[in-house]
Design a protein around this ligand. Sequence first.
Ligand code: BV8
Ligand code: ZN
Length: 246
Amino acid sequence: MQFKPEFIDKLRSAKRIVFFTGAGISAESGIPIFRGKDGIWNKMKPEELTNFAAFMRNPDLVWQWYQHRRDIVNKAQPNTGHIAIAEFENFFDVSVVTQNIDNLHRRAGSKNIFELHGNIERNFCINCHTFYNSLEIELSNSAPKCSKCGGLVRPDVVWFGEMLPQDEFSEGEKAAEWSDICFVVGTSAVVYPAAYIPITAKQAGSYIVEINLEPTEMSRFADYSILGKSGDILPTILEEVKNFKS
Ligand code: BV8
Ligand code: ZN
């Protein structure tokens, strides 16, 4: 795979790199994406499951959907794309700003991660906000009750209409502002305010590199769009880095 010389030059001079990632980077780990031809949201409407009202209307249905996704995530392994991003930390100051809730960046060894949409391993009581790690609660098919106050326990993920965790978002924005290169990997970039991250990077003068199977909403902002699988492309870029850094 040949890369644009301008991109290689940017890599040679870069110090700080942001990887803004979406569901596509975990697709090769067997975790289904949301949109597009084989997206999970072809089968049912996101509104039915990923908002607080839907949870209050039918907590067991929403809980079962997250149980189903937790089972898939627990069986999944980080793929070559996640692992390459973790290895980039040996050569650059790296921040991973992810929309994913699957924990695969952490399991691949990345250290500096900002999770904009929460994490499927964490749950909390909607009443007293006691946190429950998924391993602490019996993984039944109905939404568990809080052992402290009897309130409903929900997944610690950001649903539509909910605020993003302020620190994660502002830290992610700062990393984007300071970045020399911002990789936009495996995201349709239609969900806001997360999708402002690469735009913030662009406005601060960062070089935007999109890695996706197909063009997206973000392609018009990208300085360089590389079409293909992130699990193939990221390790190839890492090889280039190892060549000129060693
Ligand atoms: C909020 C739950 C407001 C967790 C999800 C403007 C500003 C602010 C808000 C809005 C706005 N406009 C609209 C809104 C509202 C809304 C929104 O963005 N709607 C969109 C859909 C129009 N945003 C919100 O509601 C957000 N909250 O704004 O609150 C507020 C303000 C004040 C006070 C109170 C509230 C909350 C958004 C979070 C929603 N939560 N999920 C979960 O269950 O996972 S969204 C869902 O989409 C996931 O979280 C996911 O992370 C996110 C983005 O999807 P992608 O990751 O991009 O995945 P997708 O399938 O779309 O694309 C995959 C891509 O990968 C594809 O392009 C494919 O080609 C590519 N690919 C596939 N395989 C590969 C690959 N690429 C490379 N290699 C491969 N192998
Ligand atoms: Zn409680």
